[in-house]
Each structure stands twice: as C-alpha cells, then as structure tokens.
Write a protein that binds this ligand. Structure first.
Ligand SMILES: [Zn+2]
Length: 256
C-alpha cells in the first residue's frame, strides 16, 4: 500500500533538543478533519474559533488557546497531511512524561488520527484510516530504526489528563502488523495476589510516569487505567485484577 501524503505546513514548531525515539498516537477529538487541521495550523488560536464540547460554554471567545501541531494528520479516508517535518519539534504532547523525561515533543513524532473521540461517543476508526496509520508508523520506525515498542498513546504519556487515541483504537491490529507491541500472556501466570510494588516497577519499566515516592493509591490507579485503555479495553477501572497483572507481566517481557 502506498501512502497518499499531502503537504499541509503548520507554523507551529521549533527545534528538537533530542534524538527521535518515540512515536505518539492521538485522536483529534474534534468535529471533523477540517477543524482539526485549522486548529493545528493556527498560529494564534482563539477559543471562539473552536467551539465544542472540549471547552466551557462560557469561555470568552477571545480567550487565547495554546498553539498546537503534529507531524501528521490521518483523515478517515487514509489521506495523510504532513504539517511538520520529522526533523523538527511539533507541539502535540503537552504536559507529559515517558521513561522519566518530560519533554516528549523533543523526542517524538506525533500523529493525529481524525476521530471525534470520547466527546463524540468514540466513533469507530475506518479500516482505510487504520491501514494508512500502520503503513505510516512502520515507515517511521524503519526510517529512525525504532522498535515497535517505541509507539505509545497520548494517554500513556499523560495518564489522567489524556485518553486518546482511546479504547476503540485497534492496538492489537497495529501490533500484528509490526506497528506496535501486544503482550503475549501465554505461559504467564499472575501472582495470586496483587503485589503493588511489583506492578509499579513493571509500569515504570514500560515507561509510565510513576514516581517512587507517592506512587501509591490514586496515581497508580490512573496509570493502570491508561495501561488498560490500551491493552485491556474491555474493562478500564484501574483495578490490579489478575488479567491486568498477567498482561503487565507479559508486556514487561515483550519490550525490546
Ligand atoms: Zn492527543
């Protein structure tokens, strides 16, 4: 499958301070591709230009919004828009962290997948769109010599703050096509009881932002939710149940 890539330059970028070693997948979470492209190319976005469920109805129309962008936008037909060159830093990650580092934009390539997301009742991702994402991601992994484990969700790098690309996104299909990873739980037995310290070590080993200190309670639950949203979408409750523990143990084995 050859990709259809259209140049759609955004002024929202600056220089990287670090080598590329991550690919971050997002959903746009807006009404349509047009609105998302306009927002991601807007050098001075105002709240009034982007009305929608993502903002408070009584926010004044002239309220400035943060400038944002991504390297690529993939629409529902599978057409890809290139907004920012890969060698430049696009602004898609926001407040986030992975493997203990905060500036995720500097080290990542951001792909926005056109989809209304949670605010629009989680629409399905059309096949043509998923196929295009797979080919694009594989090309990026090849170009920068990255392992499929380097592909993460926005919800992975900003647990509790972001939920995209959401639990409808077909991560397993990506993994089967070599564009992500999927835990192989065969032959792995979960411990009879949840060992929270072990879980936290495994979550941290994968890359989740979970500090040693204060890692108990609410933060661990939020990070477990992010893990489930991606790898066990049938129940996202932040509980360390046996299936979650098994998948996490399997995942720890399958990275790199
Ligand atoms: Zn996002």
């Amino acid at each position: 499958m050859s990709l259809r890539i259209e140049e759609y330059p955004s002024p929202n970028y600056d220089q990287r301070t670090r080598a590329i070693d991550l690919v971050v997948l997002h959903y746009t979470g807006m009404h349509d591709a047009r609105t998302a492209l306009k927002r991601l190319c807007d050098p001075a976005p105002l709240a009034g230009h982007y009305p929608g469920p993502w903002q408070n109805a009584d926010t004044p129309a002239d309220t400035p919004l943060g400038r944002a962008s991504a390297h690529y936008v993939v629409d529902e037909r599978g057409v890809i828009f290139r907004l920012v060159g890969e060698h430049l830093r696009a602004w898609h990650a926001g407040v986030s962290s992975w493997e203990g580092e905060g500036d995720v934009n500097s080290r990542s390539i951001g792909i926005e997948i056109v989809n209304g997301g949670h605010d629009f009742d989680l629409p399905e991702f059309p096949l043509a769109q998923v196929d295009a994402v797979i080919v694009l991601v594989r090309q990026i992994l090849q170009r920068w010599e990255l392992h499929p484990s380097r592909v993460v969700a926005h919800s992975d790098i900003a647990p509790g703050r972001k939920r995209d690309p959401g639990e409808k996104f077909p991560w397993k299909r990506l993994a089967q096509a070599g564009a992500s990873i999927w835990p192989d739980a065969s032959g792995i037995a979960a411990s009879a009881e949840a060992d929270i310290a072990l879980l936290q070590r495994q979550l941290r080993a994968f890359g989740y932002g979970l500090d040693e200190a204060g890692a108990h309670g609410e933060r661990t639950r939020v990070v477990l939710e992010a893990f489930q949203r991606r790898f066990r979408a049938s129940r996202i409750d932040g509980a360390a149940d046996a299936e979650t523990r098994t998948l996490l143990a399997a995942l720890t084995k399958s990275t790199r």
